[in-house]
Design a protein around this ligand. Structure first.
Ligand code: MD6
Ligand code: FE
Length: 201
C-alpha cells in the first residue's frame, strides 16, 4: 500500500503533539477493513468495578500483541491474543506513519452512539513517560474530545472513517481524552490504538 497522499495535518494545541491523517485509507479499503475487524476480532464485554459493583463498560474490547507485551491491570497480568494478519497489516501502516514500532493494540468497538469512552490519559507505567500512540478509526465518525488537565481547554476532533491520529510527546501527561455518547449515531465504529508496552518489574 502506498503512503497517504493526504496529511499529516498537525493539530496545534499547547503541550500536545498530534498528527492527523484524515485519509490514511481510502473509502474502499476502510470499508473492507471495518468489515474484517468486526468479524475477525475476539470482541468481548469487559467489566469494571464501580462503587463496589461490577458493571459492563459501554463498548466491546479486544487486546492483541507480541507475547511479551503483558500489562498489569488491577493486580492481574493481561496476556494479549496473538496478532491476526489484518491487525499486522494496519500496524505496519501505522509504524510507517508514526516512524516507530508498536508491540500491541487495544481494539474498541462502539456498537452505536450509546457506546462511549470516559475521560482518561494513557499514562500507565508500562507505556513509559512520553508514549507514541497511533489511533486508527473505521466506521461512524465520532467526536474525539481532548481536555487540558491544567487549563481545562477543550477541543473536539471528528475522527473520520479510515483516519489515523498519532499522539506523542507530552500529550498524555498534559491532556485527557474521551468520547461522549450521542443519540445521532446509530452505526458502529471500530478504533485501534497501537502502543509499545515496556515490561516493568
Ligand atoms: C477511541 N481512543 O478513539 C479511543 N488513546 O475510541 C483513545 O482512547 C486513544 O484515540 C490514546 C491515543 C489515541 C486515542
Ligand atoms: Fe486513550
Amino acid at each position: 500500500m502506498q503512503a497517504s497522499l493526504f496529511g499529516p495535518e498537525p493539530v496545534e494545541l499547547p503541550d500536545a503533539t498530534l498528527d492527523y491523517f484524515p485519509e490514511a485509507y481510502d473509502r474502499a479499503q476502510a470499508d473492507e477493513l471495518l468489515a474484517q475487524l468486526m468479524t475477525q476480532l475476539h470482541w468481548r464485554q469487559d467489566r469494571i468495578c464501580l462503587y463496589g459493583k461490577k458493571v459492563n463498560i459501554p463498548r466491546l474490547q479486544a487486546w492483541y500483541g507480541d507475547s511479551s507485551a503483558n500489562y498489569r491491570y488491577s493486580g492481574l497480568t493481561m496476556q494479549p491474543r496473538p496478532w491476526l494478519p489484518v491487525l499486522e497489516a494496519i500496524k505496519l501502516r501505522c509504524e510507517r506513519l508514526a516512524d516507530c514500532r508498536f508491540n500491541s493494540v487495544l481494539a474498541n468497538l462502539y456498537r452505536d452512539g450509546n457506546d462511549a469512552m470516559g475521560w482518561h490519559s494513557d499514562d500507565e507505567p508500562e507505556l513509559g513517560s512520553r508514549p507514541v500512540i497511533a489511533s486508527v478509526s473505521f466506521g461512524a465518525e465520532r467526536g474525539f474530545d481532548l481536555r487540558h488537565k491544567k487549563t481545562g481547554q477543550k477541543v473536539r476532533l471528528p475522527l473520520a472513517h479510515g483516519s489515523v491520529l498519532i499522539m506523542r510527546g507530552d500529550t498524555q501527561k498534559c491532556w485527557q481524552h474521551g468520547m461522549a455518547r450521542t443519540k445521532k449515531i446509530t452505526s458502529p465504529r471500530v478504533n485501534l490504538t497501537f502502543r509499545w508496552i515496556h515490561s516493568v518489574e
